[in-house]
Unconditional design. Structure first.
Length: 250
């Protein structure tokens, strides 16, 4: 278990289900918390609780996970340059490499991905145990920009670029880009900069496919005004406090 700071009663959370409480404290993910509760590894005021939805209040109750008192975990914010072929998952049933393998020797507490990148995509991935901060960046209503550089198997004209900004319906979902810019082109393919202010599953790939355009590479280069920069592939770093605060204001 990681070390935790005592919880302040001034920031006491309302009563939520036990699994959600553990997740909001930054101890583990919601699914990991549900599993721990069902396995009898969590007690509240000295009694083992097996129902993940049982209400709990960490400001008033003593909660133990694996015999250790649970408090607010020290908040950690990490930027990772995800390589292509790596899965964004804590564990993969097919035994594929995950982003957590890249962090295995870092001695970090549990961190959850802030948004997703599919296996074939690469670039900027944020991870944190601050669920409120993560939700701010991922909830569609906040419209936080995500910027991608995308290599495609076509040479688009201005009409095609304009169409990518217009609404396209795929599998009942509205897909559109906020902004599309041609970065450079060759004889058979081109690079686009695509900005999204909402993210749906495989959003860019589905949007381009609807216009008969295939994706050769997809790299996320920025979230809000936080840029991937020169962070090497497969490497990570802690976000500075000013970077965390700046993203919080988006």
């Amino acid at each position: 278990m990681s070390s935790f700071r005592p919880r302040s009663t001034a920031s006491a959370a309302p009563r939520h289900g036990l699994a959600r409480v553990l997740s909001k404290l930054g101890v583990c993910s919601r699914s990991q918390a549900e599993k721990a509760v069902r396995e009898g590894r969590v007690s509240v005021d000295g009694r083992v609780v097996l129902d993940p939805e049982r209400p709990a209040d960490p400001a008033k109750q003593r909660i133990l996970l694996d015999g250790e008192v649970v408090g607010v975990a020290q908040r950690v914010y990490v930027a990772l340059n995800k390589p292509r072929g790596i899965v964004v998952s804590a564990a993969d049933e097919r035994g594929r490499d995950t982003v957590y393998d890249l962090l295995a020797e870092a001695g970090l507490p549990w961190l959850g991905p802030v948004g997703r990148l599919d296996k074939a995509s690469e670039g900027l991935l944020l991870l944190s145990n601050d669920s409120v901060w993560a939700a701010h960046l991922t909830e569609p209503r906040h419209h936080v920009d995500k910027t991608y550089h995308v290599q495609i198997d076509a040479i688009p004209d201005q009409t095609t670029l304009a169409r990518l900004i217009q609404s396209t319906v795929d599998e009942g979902e509205r897909l559109a880009a906020k902004q599309v810019t041609l970065l450079r082109s060759g004889e058979k393919n081109a690079w686009l900069e695509i900005v999204l202010d909402e993210g749906r599953n495989r959003h860019i790939r589905r949007l381009l496919a609807a216009h008969d355009i295939g994706v050769l590479r997809l790299i996320r280069v920025a979230i809000g005004d936080f840029k991937l920069g020169d962070l090497a592939k497969g490497q990570w770093r802690h976000l500075r406090p000013d970077e965390v605060a700046r993203l919080s204001r988006k």
